[in-house]
Write a protein that binds this ligand. Structure first.
Ligand SMILES: Nc1ncnc2c1ncn2[C@@H]1O[C@H](COP(=O)(O)OP(=O)(O)OP(=O)(O)O)[C@@H](O)[C@H]1O
Ligand SMILES: [Mg+2]
Length: 367
């Protein structure tokens, strides 16, 4: 077992700088998820760790060893790809044992390792089948099994669940989690799905345009996003952003936009006092914009304001009400049985104790 360290890794494709100095320390036995929009460099980062792609600058360490010049097969890693890439003419057993056979591992040892992996993954009854006789989820498990039998120091997984339908994906997510608890090996897992990132990762690395934006535990990322990109990327529906100014009125701080005025929480007064007078972006998550009834019930000192319903998305478990107040647009996540009509003017309450504040120019979080 081993951790993985990237030091100032740079990668070009043609003249395009794809990775712009990646510094990342993945600890031994950590489940690290790399997440970010399409094209941000996740797969490239993984392929550089695997040695399938050469970096144009920087270093890669697996454990304490600088592997920059070590061949992929000698890096003691196993990679699981999005396309399972199983050998169609080989049985499940032979697919799983293939890499070991190449390494000239004895037949008995191969059998014992394949048995162990198929027991973990519930594949015991399928060992004689060919890939085409398997469901998508079963194929995915064989691909995982093929990695497990190699007992690598590090697993690299590139969107391993993205070919599965929604229900299977949820099921396999659970299985991966159990697998990790059992193997306790270092896993570097790439996805663009923020739910996978939140639920699987012991830590998450959020990437954008070849840069790392933040590396933190899932809930920490959610509660304290480092900048507006992370704040908007993690969380669904996305965090609301309101552009405006912080003013002092009657000895209290308020946030004012063209159409909204809200009182800011007392406990942050020293922070507001220190801020220069310029335009800011206030961030508030949809679940912190409450319907009037819930806010009254909670009897908190919330900011009530009127807004017009643009449209609603009722998901069964909750309702996302898309609201408009002047030029400001925001979403409120409420109980699904609260169903105001389109164009109705309703009152909502913002719980600003959970507010975020971002610098409009550099987008960094200041609160
Ligand atoms: N072999 C290549 N030649 C040229 N450009 C490439 C090559 N591989 C990747 N790129 C470019 O590098 C950038 C990063 O690609 P990468 O595959 O790492 O993105 P990603 O974050 O994995 O995206 P996705 O979520 O779509 O898989 C993209 O702009 C892509 O077009
Ligand atoms: Mg990719």
């Amino acid at each position: 077992m081993a951790g993985v360290t990237l030091k100032n890794v740079v990668k070009y494709f043609d003249e395009n700088e794809i990775l712009k100095g990646i510094d990342l320390e993945i600890k031994d036995q950590e489940f690290m998820v790399l997440v970010g929009p399409s094209g941000c460099g996740k797969t490239t980062t993984l392929r550089i760790i695997a040695g399938l792609e050469d970096a144009d600058g920087g270093e890669v360490l697996i454990g304490d060893q600088d592997v920059t010049n070590v061949l992929p097969k000698d890096r003691n890693i196993a990679m699981v790809f999005q396309s399972y890439a199983l050998y169609p003419h080989l049985s499940v057993f032979d697919n799983m044992g293939f890499a070991l056979k190449l390494q000239k591992v004895s037949k008995a040892e191969i059998k014992s390792r394949v048995d162990m992996a198929s027991e973990i993954l519930g594949l015991q009854d399928l060992l004689k089948r060919k890939p085409r006789q398997l469901s998508g989820g079963q194929r995915q498990r064989v691909a995982l099994g093929r990695a497990i039998v190699r007992d690598p120091a590090v697993f690299l997984m590139d969107e391993p669940l993205s070919n599965l339908d929604a229900k299977l994906r949820v099921q396999m997510r659970g299985e991966l989690k159990k697998l990790y608890e059992r193997l306790k090996t270092t896993i570097v897992y790439v996805t663009h799905d923020q739910v996978e990132a939140m639920t699987l990762g012991t830590r998450i690395t959020i990437m954008k345009d070849g840069h790392i934006q933040q590396v933190e535990k899932p809930l920490e990322v959610y509660d304290r996003p480092a900048n507006m990109f992370v704040a908007g990327f993690i969380g669904s529906p996305a965090m609301n952003f309101l552009h405006g100014y912080i003013k002092k009125e009657e000895g209290k701080f308020v946030f004012v936009t063209d159409s909204i005025k809200v009182w800011l929480p007392d406990n942050l007064y020293t922070e507001f006092e220190a801020l220069p007078d310029k335009e800011w972006v206030l961030g508030i998550r949809p679940e912190d914009v409450l319907d009037k009834q819930s806010a009254m019930y909670l009897k908190k000192d919330f900011n009530f304001l009127k807004a017009e319903v643009e449209f609603s998305e009722i998901l069964g478990s909750e309702n996302y009400i898309h609201l408009k107040a002047g030029k400001d647009r925001f979403v409120s996540k409420v109980d699904p049985h609260i169903t105001p009509a389109t164009s109705e003017k309703i009152e909502v309450a913002m719980d600003l104790r959970r507010m975020h504040l971002f610098d409009k120019e550099n987008t960094l979080a200041v609160i």
